[in-house]
Design a protein around this ligand. Structure first.
Ligand code: IMP
Ligand code: MG
Length: 176
């Protein structure tokens, strides 16, 4: 275990098992549809890679990088990298590492619907429900987690720890 980790919440094995379950559900739910998996950079990449292995459909991938502003205009985001392909008429599954306040995904979902997406759903590896400021829920949830600072399997603190093969709680002394 990395020295900055307080506690491992989910091991690589547990995450893989969860991805198999979610992948099966997604496979059943999107039979006969043209599904686009949209990963939000950078944190979603390990989860998207794992999850997509268990989706037995002809999916395509696209990526977006957005940053959210806190302050007066809650929910406004800047697009740092936009999608390569139009979403119009497509079934979209937004894939995220963690759903916290809900600001990012609320704004991105609204944007994609405005661009004519046929459907927009969310798959999140982690759901920090206590952090929610906007009424948004994911259709596919890996794990419900407590209100702590989480790192690993894509999640960072100052861009570090994304490569850890597990999800864990960061020691308070690192960010306090
Ligand atoms: P929100 O739902 O708009 O607040 O944004 C979720 C984003 O905040 C995620 O994509 C993460 O980048 C970041 N985030 C929220 N909670 C954590 C955490 O515990 N560890 C690392 N990043 C987090
Ligand atoms: Mg993120």
């Amino acid at each position: 275990m990395h020295k900055d980790v307080e506690k491992i919440l989910y091991t690589h094995q547990e995450i893989t098992k969860k991805c198999q379950e979610l992948g099966k559900k997604i496979t059943d739910d999107y039979q006969g549809k043209e599904l686009v998996l949209i990963g939000l950079l950078k944190g979603s990449v390990p989860f998207l890679a794992e999850l997509s292995k268990y989706i037995e459909l002809d999916v395509t991938f696209d990526y977006m990088d957005v940053s959210s502003y806190d302050g007066a205009h809650s929910g406004s985001i800047a697009i740092k990298k936009d999608l390569d392909q139009p979403v119009s008429g497509k079934d979209i599954l937004l894939v995220e590492d963690i759903l916290d306040t809900g600001k990012t995904l609320t704004t991105v979902s609204a944007m994609l619907k405005e661009q004519g997406a046929k459907s927009v759903e969310i798959a999140t590896m982690l759901d920090k429900k206590e952090g929610r400021l906007l009424p948004i829920e994911a259709k596919y949830i890996g794990f419900d987690i407590p209100n702590a600072f989480i790192i690993g399997f894509g999640l960072d603190y100052n861009e570090k720890y994304r490569n850890l093969p597990y999800v864990g709680i960061l020691k308070e002394e690192i960010y306090k």
